[in-house]
Ligand binder design. Structure first.
Ligand code: HEC
Length: 145
């Protein structure tokens, strides 16, 4: 009986290992990691304030999956990635993602749930922060602030 349990345990481990091996590793980042605080990146004076609030809001609401600097984590993709250029994911894609969530379509992290409790202005600030990080990493994006 004990041998049977051992066998089952081994089979389970193997299945988990095979499952993990089958998962595609995230695409390596093509862009450099943003500098610690690219607060100079916003192009307008108002932009710096937006950037600072956006950074706080991003860290509270998004960083758990997308990482503090939007470079990704175990549970969500980097937003500093060619998928998220302004021409591929313009600002409205951010509003839509926050409001309604996102189905898993580019990655294998699973879907992004909607993030409640953020109004439009707050999302604009988050966009300012993320676009600034993207610019700072060398992505040719249209600045949001
Ligand atoms: C629970 C984890 C999680 C949280 C929290 C989260 N995201 Fe996501 N997000 C994801 C995942 C996973 C994807 C990728 C889905 C795919 O394309 O496979 C994603 C994708 C996105 C996209 C791309 C949308 C698209 O149309 O493809 C944007 C923009 C985005 N997130 C912004 C945000 C912002 C802004 C916040 C905070 C307000 C946030 N996310 C919080 C997990 C998360």
């Amino acid at each position: 009986m004990i041998t049977l349990y051992c066998l089952l345990a081994v089979v389970c481990c193997l299945l988990v290992a095979v499952g993990c091996a089958g998962m595609e590793a995230p695409t390596p980042m093509k862009y450099k990691t943003p500098t610690p605080d690219p607060v100079d990146s916003p192009v307008t004076e108002e932009g710096s304030d937006m950037y600072m609030s956006g950074m706080d809001l991003f860290r509270e609401n998004c960083a758990v999956c997308h990482g503090d600097k939007a470079t990704g984590s175990d549970t969500g993709p980097p937003l500093i990635h060619e998928y998220y250029h302004t021409y591929h994911h313009p600002d409205f894609a951010f509003h839509a993602a926050v409001m309604s969530g996102v189905s898993a379509h580019h990655w294998e992290y699973g879907p992004m749930p909607p993030v409640p409790g953020l109004d439009k202005d707050e999302v604009e600030k988050i966009i300012c922060y993320v676009r600034s990080l993207q610019r700072d990493s060398g992505m040719p994006v249209v600045p949001a602030c």
